[in-house]
Design a protein around this ligand. Structure first.
Ligand code: PKZ
Length: 228
C-alpha cells in the first residue's frame, strides 16, 4: 500500500458522528458497564481455581455472550469520533477506552502544568511474580505523556519513549504524573513519574510528534475539542 493510501485510511478513522448529549451519556454508561463486567471476567479468569466442569460451564456462557455481542459490530476499530458539541471520543483506546476491558482504565485529571492518574493494576497486569509487567508500565507512560501533550495543546504520536525502571512496581494502586517539558515545532518533549506506597518506581521521557498526515484539519479538531 502506498504512503498516500495509508495516510488517507488513517485520516478516515477520525470520523464525524454527531449524537445528542443525552443519548451519548446513555451510550457511554452502557459501554462502561459492559467493559467493567468483562474486566471483572478477565480478572476472574486469571485468578480462578474452580474445577474443570465449572470452567466448561463458564466457557459455554462466555461463548453465548460473544455471539450476542458479535451480532452487530464495527468493522475494524472504533477510531475517534467527533461530536458537534465540542467533544470527541476514542472509546476503543487500549488504556483509556470506556468500551475497552483491556484498558485498566486510566482516568486522567488535568491541571495547568501536568496530568495525573491513579489506578489499581490487579493480577491481570502481572509480569514478574507479584509485580506489574514492564510493558504495561510503558503503555501507561505512553498514554500519560501523550495525554499531557494533548492537555497542553501540543498533541502528537509517540516518536520515542524511554523508561527508567527504578524498582519493581507491586500490583495494586499506582500514581502517575506527566507533563510537557518543552516544545520544538511539531515535537513536544514530555516527562513522567510513576509511584506507589513504596515510592518512585519508574520515570519516563518521550517525544510526541504531530504527524504530517494529521497537520491541518485533524490537528485543529483534536486541539479544539475535549472528550474521552
Ligand atoms: C491527530 C492525530 C495525531 C495526534 C493525536 C494524538 C492526540 C491524542 C493523544 C492521546 C494520547 C495518546 C498516547 C498514545 C500515543 C501512541 O500510542 S502513538 C502510537 C505509537 N507511535 C506511532 O505509531 C508513531 C509512528 N511513527 C509515525 O507516525 C511518524 O514516524 C512520526 C513519529 C509521527 C513522525 O512523523 P513525520 O510526519 O514523519 O515527522 P517528520 O515531519 O518527518 O519529523 C518531524 C520532526 O520529528 C523528528 N522525528 C521523526 N521521527 C522521530 C522519532 N521517532 N523520534 C524522535 N524524533 C523524531 C524529525 O527528526 C523532525 O525533527 P525536526 O527536523 O523538526 O527537528
Amino acid at each position: 500500500m502506498s504512503t498516500e493510501e495509508r495516510d488517507r485510511q488513517q485520516r478516515g478513522v477520525y470520523a464525524e458522528e454527531d449524537i445528542p448529549a443525552g443519548e451519548l451519556a446513555r451510550m457511554a454508561e452502557v459501554a462502561r458497564e459492559l467493559a467493567d463486567d468483562v474486566r471483572a471476567l478477565v480478572q476472574a479468569t486469571v485468578l480462578t481455581d474452580v474445577a474443570d466442569d465449572r470452567i466448561a460451564r463458564a466457557r459455554e456462557l462466555i461463548g453465548q455472550a460473544t455471539e450476542i455481542l458479535g451480532e452487530e459490530h464495527h468493522e475494524r476499530s472504533f477510531g475517534t469520533r467527533f461530536n458537534s458539541d465540542g467533544t470527541h471520543r476514542s472509546w476503543g483506546n487500549a488504556l483509556t477506552g470506556i468500551r475497552n476491558p483491556i484498558a485498566p482504565p486510566l482516568r486522567f485529571e488535568c491541571f495547568p502544568d501536568k496530568v495525573t492518574v491513579d489506578v489499581d493494576l490487579g493480577g491481570a497486569y502481572e509480569g514478574p511474580a507479584g509485580l506489574v509487567h514492564g510493558g504495561i508500565i510503558a503503555a501507561v507512560f505512553d498514554q500519560a505523556l501523550g495525554h499531557a501533550t494533548e492537555s497542553a495543546k501540543v498533541p502528537g504520536m509517540t516518536g520515542t519513549l524511554s523508561i527508567r525502571y527504578r524498582q519493581g512496581t507491586r500490583l495494586g494502586k499506582i500514581h502517575v504524573e506527566a507533563w510537557v517539558d518543552r516544545v520544538e515545532g511539531v515535537k513536544a518533549f514530555a516527562k513522567g513519574e510513576l509511584s506507589t506506597d513504596d515510592g518512585l518506581c519508574a520515570e519516563a521521557e518521550g517525544v510526541f510528534i504531530m504527524p504530517k498526515w494529521a497537520r491541518g484539519e485533524i490537528q485543529e479538531k483534536v486541539l479544539g475539542r475535549v472528550g474521552d
